[in-house]
Design a protein around this ligand. Structure first.
Ligand code: G3H
Ligand code: 13P
Ligand code: ZN
Length: 316
């Protein structure tokens, strides 16, 4: 069942975080639904602009609708990840999305507010909620590459003003994480003092953590043992997910870790079966491994086991 993102946030706030996973293809969608049912967790499916262009967005929507009917137990929201203004309007007008993210964080403060406010007005007119971003994460996303030295943490005072002036429904904050497989080159981690200061300024307001992949070292080693070259890849400590959730982080974005599962499965498959050429062989293994991966993340985020309680809250 597709639900409003804010309904999931209302249930999770201060207790656990909802996993927001990016999808690009059929195998990921099946693995995500299976893993979420196995772990009895609500979840958020994220579609980036890149994913919407990889296959036509209509394919993704049709596959999600099909998964919804094949897994009637599932409770999830559909979200646009890192949207520009035009893509936000396309998603808002489609009527398919629970929420959109407008990412104008690369603009200056006033321009970020102006763009975000326009998207909020249009989204709220049709009951869709909006995630906005303030501050700048390092790493690569879509076609924007932010050098670590240009990344900047969210200013808690600005966060309050930004939310008040834009009317956005959740805020992606730069709190020390970055996109991709190479985070924390300087050995740093989540800046909990910044999260806490933002929560103090915005009590009860849902925060979002981007760049949350943990980049498991055993996964990196298996990829490298099967021909990959991922030197120095490092991610977020998963033990920090729940402490962040207690400070108001309701949505934790994970994409890179899923890509690592895909890479490991396919590299190992073709290393071990060099004569094989049936795509369904690695596809089947990937769907099962991705389901296990999603379930494991839901456990770490505290969303596992919440499904029936979320269902009850929706009826209340
Ligand atoms: O933060 C970006 C997400 O990892 C999506 O990546 O834009 O390559 O689909 P993508
Ligand atoms: P990772 O690259 O850490 O998986 O972050 C994904 C993300 O923030 C998607 O918006
Ligand atoms: Zn992101």
């Amino acid at each position: 069942m597709i639900v409003a993102t804010k309904q999931l946030f209302a249930h999770a706030y201060g207790k656990y975080a909802i996993g927001a996973y990016n999808i690009n293809n059929l195998e990921q969608i099946i693995g995500m639904f299976q893993g979420s049912i196995d772990s009895q967790a609500p979840f958020i499916i994220q579609l980036s602009k890149g994913a919407r262009g990889y296959s036509d967005k209509a394919f993704l929507e049709a596959m999600i609708r099909t998964a919804d009917s094949l897994y009637p137990e599932a409770i999830f929201a559909v979200h646009l990840d890192h949207g520009d203004e035009k893509t936000c309007y396309d998603c808002i007008d489609s009527g398919f999305y629970s929420s959109v993210m407008i990412d104008a964080s690369h603009e200056d403060f006033e321009e970020n507010i102006a763009i975000t406010k326009r998207v909020v007005d249009r989204a709220h007119a049709v009951g869709i909620s909006v995630e906005a971003e303030l501050g700048m994460l390092g790493g690569v996303e879509e076609d924007i590459n932010v050098d670590e030295s240009h990344a900047c943490l969210t200013d808690p005072e600005q966060a309050k003003e930004f939310v008040e002036r834009t009317g956005c429904d959740s805020l992606a904050c730069a709190i020390g994480t970055s996109h991709g497989a190479y985070k924390f080159s300087g050995g740093q981690g989540i800046h909990f003092n910044v999260v806490e200061a933002i929560q103090n300024n915005l009590p009860g307001f849902p925060l979002v953590m981007h760049g949350s992949s943990s980049v498991p070292q055993d996964e990196v080693e298996r990829i490298n043992a099967a021909g990959g070259v991922l030197k120095g890849a490092k991610g977020v400590d998963t033990a920090q997910y729940l402490p962040a959730a207690k400070l108001g982080v309701c949505k934790v974005n994970i994409d890179t870790d899923g890509r690592l599962v895909w890479t490991r499965v396919h590299r190992e498959f073709f290393r071990d079966k060099p004569g094989d050429f049936d795509l369904r062989g690695p596809g089947k293994i990937f769907m099962a491994e991705y389901a296990k991966f999603i379930a494991s993340r839901n456990e770490l985020l505290g969303s596992a086991g919440q499904l029936e309680s979320v269902r009850a809250s929706l009826k209340a």
